[in-house]
Design a protein around this ligand. Structure first.
Ligand SMILES: [Zn+2]
Ligand SMILES: [Zn+2]
Length: 495
């Protein structure tokens, strides 16, 4: 026994046997061991890492071991947060209390699994870190819980269910008769993502996989969900969470956050090149299309008009070929995306204050975003009629199916409902404000043209997919329409 104390590098059989037992545990590595202490690291991913040190007091192993936890992880990575560290310390103390030191054990003989305190504590930590997917988002979950609890009112309720082993988080938001259920699956490597297994994975994998069911009109559900997914993607690209929310909304960024303009994603040579490729492709496509559509090109452009059938066939063939090669190029781009994003993040770290090189935690920011947007969308006003864009009763948005043997009366009523349904469907225009479909259509197609947004305080021009942003085209369309109406009226007068 004296030799162990004189030379700390020679380990007594009892401690050697404990080390051997610990080595059999999953996710555990021995960092250092002497006859007076033992340090181990429990690690499943860089973000699920914990160190534990066991100190052997005089009289060990009949005197109890002292265990302490250290949550400083590898530089730059997330580590076990203080609250979780405290919880684990309490659990370790429980394990030690339930398994008092053996009165018959001695340093000269090997120990066993049933009585080794060091092994029992290490086994507990290994199982916790190995099976609890919430370790890297412990702090975020605490934030969410308190945010959801404090945002509950008589009108608005939010509930949260979690399963640490499957990594599932279910959140139900309800206000009035509207519900927004979101189910999130946490990647085991969160905030990083597991390697792609298939080509499809390359595009689809996310640190948080989101599934949503809601009785909001589909358009609104898609807007909110789509933007939340964008937040998740940007966090993974290394954008700090607050900036991810701003940047995920292309609509409001440029005007409300002028400071962010110079902070836009820096362009490296690769992205400039690929952009040039896109422009070149578009040019070729438009040329080929002109050849193919020669018949409908203005008559006075004689040269184009004279394309032969063969020339048009060739053009169509080339177009197809081009589309194929573009698709292949896109696939390649997707495969290189992750690598490029990481490199770009590093390159632009100086110029782009909102970007870090490591994937950023996205759970808390995503959930807050969903809660705020779900609550706000119900108060949005139409930019034209200034009524609420959303009916209080969600069932008014449920599509009415055509019934078998429908009477004329029923058909008429269904048609009227369908028209009203289309007219009142909310849409969001470029400035970020909401309009009823029909209100917007009137606003865009009746003079005066090129009006600004009708929501008080917003004087940005109104743009929406499908409406030309050139005022003169809107004017011409309008006068053509008026001319047609006059023709019909004139014709009607004859009879
Ligand atoms: Zn309206
Ligand atoms: Zn607006």
């Amino acid at each position: 026994m004296a030799s162990f104390l004189a030379n700390p590098t020679i380990l007594p059989p009892y401690i050697s046997s404990e080390i051997a037992l610990i080595k059999s545990l999953p996710n555990v590595n021995i960092l250092s061991s002497t006859s007076s202490f033992l340090t181990i690291r429990i690690q499943t991913t860089p973000h699920r890492t914990l160190n534990a040190t066991f100190t052997f007091p005089t009289g060990y192993p009949t005197a109890g071991v002292v265990a302490s936890l250290d949550n400083t992880g590898v530089k730059g990575s997330l580590v076990v947060p203080p609250h979780l560290k405290k919880l684990l310390e309490t659990q370790c103390a429980d394990v030690l209390a339930k398994n008092p030191p053996s009165s018959t054990a001695t340093l000269d003989a090997p120990g066993d699994k049933a009585t080794s305190q060091v092994y029992l504590v290490a086994a507990h930590l290994s199982s916790f870190i190995g099976s609890n997917l919430f370790v890297p988002l412990w702090k975020e979950l605490r934030n969410i819980t308190s945010h959801l609890t404090s945002s509950n009112t008589d009108a608005f309720t939010a509930t949260l269910k979690t399963n640490a082993t499957t990594g599932r988080i279910a959140i139900t938001l309800a206000e009035g008769d509207y519900k927004y259920n979101v189910s999130l699956r946490v990647d085991p490597l969160y905030p990083d993502v597991s390697p792609a297994q298939t080509d499809e994975d390359v595009v689809n994998r996310q640190a948080l996989k989101m599934t949503v069911t809601s009785n909001l009109p589909e358009f609104l559900t898609n807007i909110v969900t789509g933007q939340a997914n964008e937040v998740i993607r940007r966090c993974y690209d290394g954008v700090v969470p607050e900036a991810a929310v701003r940047l995920s909304n292309p609509v409001r960024v440029a005007t409300n956050f002028t400071d962010v303009v110079q902070v836009t994603e820096s362009m490296d040579v690769t992205s400039l090149k690929s952009m040039q490729r896109d422009v070149d492709t578009l040019k070729v496509v438009s040329q080929l299309k002109n050849v193919n559509n020669a018949k409908v090109v203005d008559g006075h452009r004689g040269k184009v008009f004279e394309n032969t059938t063969k020339e048009r066939q060739d053009a169509r063939r080339n177009l197809k070929k081009l589309a194929r090669s573009e698709m292949e190029a896109d696939g390649e781009t997707a495969r290189l995306e992750e690598q490029k994003a990481r490199e770009a993040a590093k390159v632009s770290q100086d110029g782009y204050v909102a970007r870090m090189s490591e994937p950023q935690p996205c759970l808390s920011v995503t959930v807050m975003f969903l809660v705020d947007n779900f609550k706000n969308v119900r108060n949005e006003m139409c930019g034209v009629c200034h009524d609420k864009i959303l009916n209080d009763d969600p069932t008014t948005y449920v599509k009415r199916e055509k019934k078998a043997g429908e009477s004329d009366e029923e058909k008429k009523s269904r048609r009227a409902w369908e028209k009203n349904h289309r007219d009142k469907m909310p849409v969001r225009v470029h400035c970020g404000h909401y309009y009823h479909t029909k209100c917007l259509d009137d606003y865009m197609t009746e003079p005066p043209f090129g009006r600004c947004c009708g929501v008080p305080g917003c004087d940005r021009p109104v743009y929406f997919t499908g409406y030309p942003d050139d005022k003169s085209i809107l004017e011409r369309n309008y006068s053509n329409r008026q001319a047609r109406i006059r023709e019909v009226e004139d014709a009607a007068m004859l009879f």
